[in-house]
Design a protein around this ligand. Sequence first.
Ligand code: FES
Length: 102
Amino acid sequence: MTTTYIDVAEASSIPPGHGRTVNVQGREFAVWNVDGHYFCIDDLCPHRGGPLGAGSMKDGTVYCPLHGWGFDLQTGICSARPDRPVQTYLTRVINGQVQIQL
Ligand code: FES
């Protein structure tokens, strides 16, 4: 299976400690900057669909803006419900663009 990296955002548009939702190929992803390193997970919270790109982040965990479930950006594991993780995606920065691997 081939994998492709796709531009999702200007790196400078997501400063450290911030994240946002991006739409790529009809799907939504949450991209977060943790101390200059970019992480990507599914945007859709597995609880009731909250937008994880619009949540808050502390110590590499994103908290859903609706009911506060926390998701580890490296593993996708949910601290409140380990049986309900989100998928994680590899990222890289090329020419100032954050790319995710699909
Ligand atoms: S929708 Fe995310 S915690 Fe409820």
